[in-house]
Design a protein around this ligand. Structure first.
Ligand code: SF4
Length: 367
């Protein structure tokens, strides 16, 4: 059961080193993963695990939790033990939390070695501890964390400044023979972020984590992220992604999955295709599409369902859909693979689509 193969192949990936984040491979041709970060107080173990369960159900592969306090660090063993997906600890300044995260069994640690370097030989100690525990380190650089020297040298948070900072931070670990690294260079401006990642992929073979930082509220942020990721992924750049939105983590994960599925880089899930409407429209298409989307939220089979605003062009325009509806005169013509099979009153459209989806998936599973 599944959607027809895409007529165009997904883009070829640029070769990168492979690391393992817990059981999940990243880089080296592994499937591109989707990440998010919890927004709970990490020390609130139950709330954090609840949110991790929700993002896992939405298709998240790796989750990051912030560790700004000793209470958060102490919560890590319980969170790691019960999380269904690998947990990365996000740590900015405190080396002792890095060791706590490694001891807790975190699958990765995000650090800013530029901040940690001020402590004597702490980078070396982290490299040895992470190496012994087989824990990769993520180097995260964004405009806000660039040091003054690089800002002055490059005249701002330019792509060159971001890349120089990231590679210098990597070198602090490389000096200790540690190369299990993953890099994120982020910027709120998609064009700067694209240029930085292109440059980085020319200069190193570490797996790259794509993100447009502070992308904005859901609508604006999803578009900015989709634009930036699509350009890079189409060039084969990027091994793992996070859509940063001022919206719940589940929404970030859904957006990430949609971006990958749209590029053929992740198996498609259920897809609603709905017409934009025009002068032939005979139904409130926006409301109907939203009702169908809500009714099929979490539907486990990768059907393509069309919601079309008129009976004249609807089935023809949606010929590639598995199932669909064309509306007119207060009714909905339900069709399968372009053939009308029944007509129902407008109030029954969503139920009829659900019935047909179940019978279609049952029939295909039996065949
Ligand atoms: Fe217009 Fe009908 Fe096409 Fe919708 S399906 S855009 S209403 S012609």
């Amino acid at each position: 059961l599944g959607l027809p193969a895409l007529p165009v192949k997904p883009p070829a990936r640029r070769p990168t080193r492979r690391i393992r984040v817990g059981g999940v491979p990243v880089g080296g041709g592994a499937p591109i993963t989707v990440q998010t970060m919890t927004t709970t107080n990490t020390a609130d173990i139950d709330a954090t695990l609840q949110q991790i369960a929700e993002v896992t159900a939405a298709g998240c592969d790796i989750v990051r939790v912030a560790v700004p306090s000793a209470d958060d660090a102490q919560a890590l063993p319980a969170i790691v033990a019960r999380s269904p997906i690998p947990v990365i600890a996000d740590i900015h300044f405190q080396p002792r939390y890095v060791f706590a995260a490694i001891d807790a069994g975190c699958a990765g640690v995000r650090v800013n070695p530029g901040n940690i370097r001020q402590f004597d030989d702490k980078v070396g100690q982290i490299a040895r501890a992470a190496g012994a525990a087989d824990v990769p380190i993520r180097i995260g650089v964004n405009a806000g964390s660039l040091d003054r020297r690089l800002l002055a040298k490059h005249g701002g948070a330019t792509p060159e400044a971001l890349v120089e900072s990231a590679l210098w931070e990597c070198s602090l670990f490389e000096e200790h023979g540690f190369r299990e690294l993953k890099i994120a260079v982020k910027h709120h401006d998609p064009l700067t972020m694209i240029a930085a990642n292109r440059l980085l992929s020319e200069r190193c073979d570490y797996p790259l984590h794509l993100g447009v930082t502070e992308a904005g509220p859901a609508f604006q942020g999803s578009i900015k992220s989709a634009v930036a990721f699509s350009v890079l992924l189409a060039e084969g750049i990027g091994d793992t992604i996070r859509v940063s939105l001022s919206a719940p983590p589940v929404e970030q994960v859904k957006a990430g999955n949609h971006i990958l599925a749209s590029l053929g880089l992740r198996p498609r899930k259920l897809e609603i295709v709905s017409c934009p409407g025009c002068g032939r429209l005979q139904v409130d298409i926006h409301a109907l599409a939203a009702r169908v989307e809500a009714a099929f939220d979490g539907f486990p089979y990768p059907l393509r369902i069309a919601v079309m605003g008129c009976v004249v062009n609807g089935p023809g325009e949606a010929r590639e859909a598995d199932l669909g509806v064309s509306c007119g005169n207060g009714k909905g013509q339900i069709f399968r693979h372009g053939e009308v099979i029944t007509t129902v009153p407008e109030s029954r459209i969503v139920d009829a689509l659900l019935d047909q989806a179940l019978s279609l998936t049952r029939a295909e599973a039996d065949s």
